[in-house]
Design a protein around this ligand. Structure first.
Ligand SMILES: Nc1ncnc2c1ncn2[C@@H]1O[C@H](COP(=O)(O)OP(=O)(O)OP(=O)(O)O)[C@@H](O)[C@H]1O
Length: 484
């Protein structure tokens, strides 16, 4: 694009009031608006001049069911596949908008819209649609650190640098970000970085583990309640959404949210309003939502477990965080950094890792990712008590942890990753007599992440079959915390 020209945005709507108000908003936001009434004019205009984004209505006559809008979208995508399109829908036709997003629209918004939100959506859509400039593609870690605060995130692997560049691009907007990646690979750290580099940094980031929130308490936890709303509501209580006002709401383990709570969440994300339990007044919340999951959310949508409309509300920007085994070149950097941190935290003399041990660490599978690497380093340092750690020290510490004799390592040849994971969990359960906390610690997983895996592999019982000490196979567990 000629860098001196303003970005041009085409509005396609047969309602002149919509055209006028959108054009005004676009002008105020520094864009050049172009207006037209329907598909024919829109396609002709697109063929004549360069346009950077289209805002498109779905209905162009009183009797259409949105099919005309879908056809126009298909025509635009065929003519200019890279041109981003935002669909405008009336309230109640979200299913249609979701079809549009599946057919290639960048996103949708409902009429009437909120000017600030819509301007942010337009900026985010344009930024992510822009082809990466030559410099962005090759940004070094040093160059990224000069522009942004990525403190605490160690690594230089190209795939991590790509993630950091994306954060840099979108942090300033209020676009919702979905972070996908295996357990322990740093999703929470990425969420923190998005918040820290955003204009909301001075306000709180409120973190909620959706997998651990009790369904019957969802509304009261999220939206708060007024005194007397239910038997135990002795006083008014502020919910997480209100606490995150003007800040960021981090919805961790979003794939674990049940369907009925998904609708309640959708409502607040759509219009940024909510009601406290037992209150009649509608409250407004200015929140930026970042969510994370180690499950493949799109397949949950396909399987009917996750609402499509909520999925599209959350994933305007999707960040895929690679597992540690796919960025092994970062392991030495991470290991050195972690060992420095751990020795300082225990007040020990600075420790180092022998080059051969670094190579050995770099070759391990790390199913629990960086969390597991951290725990391995910490355990070895404490058990060995030497200032230079060698490969033999790591092996000895691992055997000590598993109570095994030398040479008794897990035989995993010829197994799939899934099978190795099941094997490792079963082994750890046996070693620790089903003590969930110890098993989770050994494997470098959070307890919630471990419970999910137990369920998936059909090992042991569900969470509510664990006793208060976290041992499987007994009575009910103690209260599960929803917030970290
Ligand atoms: N790039 C990194 N540099 C330094 N430390 C890291 C990095 N990535 C992750 N960690 C550390 O690894 C641990 C796990 O990270 P984090 O909790 O962010 O993972 P997660 O993907 O959110 O896990 P889960 O899905 O289990 O919640 C944390 O102690 C975090 O500080």
């Amino acid at each position: 694009m000629d860098s001196s020209r303003k970005q041009r945005i085409l509005i396609v709507d047969d309602d002149s009031a919509v055209q006028v108000s959108l054009a005004l908003l676009l002008k105020q936001s520094g864009f050049e608006p172009l207006c037209c009434d329907g598909p024919g004019q829109a396609l002709a205009l697109l063929a004549q001049q360069p346009v950077d984004l289209v805002l498109q209505d779905m209905n162009f006559s009183l009797h259409t069911s949105g099919e005309e809008g879908l056809r126009l979208l298909a025509d635009i995508k065929q003519a200019q596949p890279a041109l981003p399109v935002l669909l405008m829908t009336a309230w109640g036709s979200i299913a249609l908008a979701v079809r549009g997003v599946q057919a290639g629209a960048a996103n949708f918004f409902t009429k009437p819209w909120d000017n600030t939100q819509l301007a942010a959506l337009i900026h985010a859509t344009l930024e992510t649609a822009a082809p990466p400039s030559a410099s962005a593609a090759t940004l070094s870690r040093q160059a990224l650190d000069a522009q942004f605060d990525f403190g605490g995130i160690i690594g230089e692997h190209p795939r991590l640098l790509k993630v950091l560049s994306t954060i840099g691009q979108v942090a300033a907007t209020r676009a919702p970000v979905l972070i996908l990646g295996e357990s322990g690979c740093g999703k929470e750290l990425i969420a923190d970085a998005i918040h820290r580099n955003s204009p909301r940094a001075a306000r709180p980031i409120v973190k909620i583990n959706m997998g651990a929130i009790t369904p019957s308490l969802f509304e009261s936890e999220m939206f708060g309640h007024v005194r007397g709303a239910f038997t135990d509501a002795k006083t008014d209580r502020k919910g997480h959404v209100a606490s995150a006002h003007e800040g960021t709401l981090f919805l961790d383990e979003i794939g674990e949210l049940n369907r009925s709570d998904q609708v309640k969440l959708l409502r607040v994300l759509q219009d940024q309003t909510y009601q406290q339990v037992g209150a009649s007044r509608t409250e407004r919340a200015d929140i930026r939502v970042v969510s994370a999951t180690n499950r493949e959310l799109a397949s949950l949508v396909a399987g009917g477990e996750f609402r499509e409309d909520l999925f599209y509300r959350l994933n305007l920007i999707t960040i895929r965080l690679p597992p540690l085994r796919e960025r092994r070149s970062d392991i030495p950097l991470l290991a050195r950094h972690i060992i420095g941190e751990v020795s300082a935290s225990y007040g020990l003399a600075p420790a180092s890792i022998a080059p051969q041990a670094l190579e050995w660490l770099s070759a391990q599978p790390w199913p629990g990712n960086i969390r597991q690497l951290k725990q391995t380093l910490e355990r070895t340092l404490l058990l060995v008590g030497r200032t230079e750690l060698r490969q033999a020290d790591f092996i000895a510490a691992e055997q000590h942890e598993h109570g095994g004799a030398p040479g008794q390592r897990l035989g995993t040849d010829g197994m799939t990753l899934e099978q190795v994971e099941r094997h490792m969990i079963a082994h750890a359960l046996e070693q620790h007599q089903g003590n969930i906390s110890r098993v989770a610690k050994t494997l470098g997983l959070s307890r919630t992440a471990l419970y999910r895996r137990l369920e998936r592999h059909g090992l042991g019982g569900a969470p509510d079959e664990a006793d208060g000490n976290g041992n499987l196979g007994h009575a009910a567990t103690g209260a599960r915390m929803g917030v970290r």
